[in-house]
Design a protein around this ligand. Structure first.
Ligand SMILES: [Zn+2]
Length: 142
């Protein structure tokens, strides 16, 4: 779609009030830098995929609401691609939000980070058992 200056319109990921959720241009620039790195490593297949990532976007357009919804695209799905990482992150966030909204009626959430010194492989099972038993004692106390 062309704008009033006859240039390709740049879509912005924003809500109806104009609040921008994400600047995809910054991620595309990082993806192109990743492509240069792949090219330096002579991995032309990955470099090409990164260069072409997100260059084709096909949207549904709701005439009544003016909302665009992505229908098809050519994302590269490379594990290190900043654009694909951000898309995957948003997808997982949306899925987790739905799950947490349903569960929040019956459960409270706790953010917990457990750390432990590294142990040898032969001691790992016992170490995990000790951690789990300690966690169970802590939960049952409260
Ligand atoms: Zn990508």
């Amino acid at each position: 779609m062309l704008d009033e200056n006859n240039q390709e319109e740049i879509f912005v990921d924003c809500d109806k009030t104009g609040v921008i959720y994400h600047n995809w241009q910054e991620d595309k620039i990082k993806t192109l830098e990743l492509a240069q790195s792949y090219a330096r490593l002579e991995d032309d297949d990955r470099a090409t995929k990164c260069v072409e990532c997100g260059t084709y976007l096909d949207f549904y357009y709701d005439l009544e609401t003016g909302v665009h919804k992505l229908r098809r695209a050519n994302f590269c799905k490379q594990p290190l691609c900043p654009m694909c990482i951000k898309r995957k992150q948003k997808k997982i966030y949306g899925q987790m939000s739905k799950i947490m909204n349903v569960l929040s009626d019956d459960y409270a959430f706790v953010f917990l980070t457990l750390t432990q010194k590294n142990v040898s492989g032969e001691d790992l099972a016992d170490e995990i058992d000790n951690l789990m038993n300690g966690w169970k004692r802590l939960v049952n106390r409260n």
